[in-house]
Ligand binder design. Structure first.
Ligand code: CA
Length: 231
């Protein structure tokens, strides 16, 4: 048995069963999902090493699936999609995908990409066990349910506040500059200034602080940016 675990995300039954059969014959262990929601939840419960992901899914867009999974998982993500345009490839790679295969693809090419991914994985050393839960002192972020608690109390965040918090959590201990944060949250082309960022950040810190005074681990570096301290 090949020792890696693969998650196959594909809503087209014929393609999904073709991939599944190929993996079975080649002795890979795998699970399959046919929707984005199912993909995210299987990724959290099975912690696959490699994900073969279709971009056109019936519920959420594959790009959004990549972004969600990437908040906690380092699995290799290979996109398998009918969309051949370069812009889709770039968006998928920027969102955190590792490789891209365009439909129709050959079985040999699929297997070669999987083997290449396996070789790259062998070079990755000293990795911490990944988890869908982030814990830092009183703060717990559950990436699958997108819920945040501080000292056991649920904190209700807006979409932007949640993104800000997870960005800081993924970089806990590091100071992130204003421009880095703005670029990561709003993307390069969007006009968002430091004043707006400060407003969102103040609101986020207030909510965390209200749940527990020790819960706000976010430090302001005046004129530079923000940092989540490690508790
Ligand atoms: Ca599809």
């Amino acid at each position: 048995m090949n020792e890696i675990k693969i998650l196959v995300v594909e809503d087209d039954r014929s393609i999904s069963s073709l991939i599944a059969t190929t993996l079975k014959i080649n002795r890979y262990s795998y699970v399959t999902a046919s929707t984005g929601q199912e993909a995210v939840s299987l990724c959290a419960s099975h912690l696959p090493d490699l994900i073969l992901l279709d971009l056109g899914l019936p519920d959420i867009d594959g790009i959004e699936v990549i972004r969600t999974i990437r908040t906690w998982s380092r699995a290799v993500i290979i996109i398998i999609s009918a969309r051949g345009e370069d812009s889709d490839k770039i968006t998928a790679l920027d969102a955190g995908a590792d490789d891209y295969l365009t439909k129709p693809f050959s079985i040999d090419e699929l297997l070669a990409r999987i083997r290449a991914a396996q070789r790259r994985m062998q070079y990755i050393t000293g990795t911490e066990p990944e988890s869908a839960l982030f814990t830092n002192g009183d703060l717990v972020i559950d990436y699958t349910s997108r819920s945040v608690t501080v000292a056991g109390r649920e904190v209700h965040l807006t979409a932007i506040e949640y993104k800000l918090l997870t960005l800081l959590a993924q970089n806990a201990g590091k100071v992130l500059t204003h421009s880095y944060i703005i670029d990561r949250i709003w993307g390069g082309g969007v006009e968002t200034d430091i004043v707006s960022l400060r407003v969102y950040m103040t609101s986020l810190r207030k909510k965390l602080h209200a749940a527990s005074p020790s819960g706000s681990l976010i430090q302001t570096h005046i004129g530079v940016g923000y940092q989540m301290l490690r508790a």
